[in-house]
Design a protein around this ligand. Structure first.
Ligand code: NDP
Length: 289
């Protein structure tokens, strides 16, 4: 999926979805039901409405029973917890995803902690985070899974490589660092207090940028021949138009990187593909118990 030195996440995501579809078909013939993914949306955040519809649609396209539960913005935390409890108990539900952000009156951590870890297809539950950090099988956050598949596809040898991860969030930075470590990379996690970020980045054979700062990473931050995975999604205005850019200045860094993901069309499509893959993993694991 390398186009010159550009890693085509859209094409790779389509390949992953085909693989998922084959696994869904096999699951259906073996168990007589489709894997189920239930997505909960609270309120009407415009971006979240689009994301959740896309997730439901993507699930259905590969044969997963995708259900979108749209709850009013005034839904209380107790009502949401009750809904999660109901889905936790439903044997036909394999994956539960609560779309973030939640309205301010709801405690996000309490809600995410209420999801059955075996159905936690976002991989955000502390049990799954703990299993990942112990190197044990778990449901792993989708974006980091997508990043690792992109690296695998670019045939990047990670053993002994210097990997620098920009960002330490529980959703991207920390889990991607864990996965790189499991592949025997030497991993450094950088954040907003890191000193001399450009110099640190120049040591990287593999650079994963997940900071949410438009085009922070410039050409002179990147070692020639490095592989660059850009997780960032930032909306900026260019020549009067609203456009999406990553955390990496693509046109500059493309000149020096051995491989680089574009924004859009890089990590983004991989995230949703791995949500589907996690749903099948959860279904298979639950069916085996
Ligand atoms: P968070 O805001 O949770 O974390 C950002 C991290 O970047 C923090 O650790 C922060 O440091 C660090 N950071 C911020 N500014 C700087 C800086 N100037 N220099 C160094 N480090 C900095 O973001 P997420 O991890 O949730 O997301 C990161 C980006 O990835 C966003 O653009 C988001 O939209 C995108 N994203 C894309 C996805 C996809 O599917 N492609 C999925 C998820 C996210 P500190 O901890 O010190 O504050």
């Amino acid at each position: 999926m390398l186009n010159g030195n550009v890693l085509d996440g859209k094409a790779l995501a389509s390949k992953v979805r085909t693989e998922v579809k084959e696994r869904v078909d096999a699951f259906i013939s073996r168990h007589g039901r489709a894997p189920g993914l239930d997505v909960i949306l609270v309120g009407e955040n415009a971006a979240s409405v689009v994301y959740t519809r896309n997730k439901e649609k993507a699930a259905k396209e590969v044969g997963i029973r995708g259900v979108l539960h749209t709850l009013a913005g005034a839904t209380t935390e107790a009502e949401l917890l009750k809904k999660i409890d109901q889905l936790n108990r439903d044997p036909n539900v394999d994956g539960i995803l609560v779309q973030l952000p939640l309205p301010k009156h709801i405690n996000e951590m309490r809600v995410l902690d209420a999801i059955d870890p075996g159905k936690d297809v976002d991989g955000f539950h502390p049990i799954n985070a703990g299993l990942l950090s112990s190197g044990r099988p778990s449901l792993v956050p989708c974006t980091p899974m997508g990043c690792m598949r992109l690296l695998a596809e670019a045939d990047v040898s990670l053993e002994g490589a210097n990997a620098v991860v920009l960002g330490r969030s529980n959703i991207v930075g920390k889990p991607v660092a864990q996965l790189l470590l499991h592949k025997h990379a030497t991993v450094t996690i950088a954040h907003s207090r890191t000193r001399d970020l450009p110099a640190l980045c120049r040591t990287a054979d593999v650079l994963v940028a997940a900071v949410g700062r438009a085009e922070l990473v410039r050409r002179d931050w990147v070692k020639a021949g490095a592989v660059v995975i850009d997780v960032g999604i930032n909306r900026v205005v260019r020549e009067g138009k609203s456009v999406l850019v990553g955390d990496v200045l693509f046109e500059e860094v493309k000149e020096v990187a051995r491989a680089i993901t574009p924004v859009p069309g890089g990590v983004g499509p991989m995230t949703i593909a791995y949500l589907l893959s996690n749903t099948v993993d959860a279904a298979v694991a639950r069916a085996a118990t």
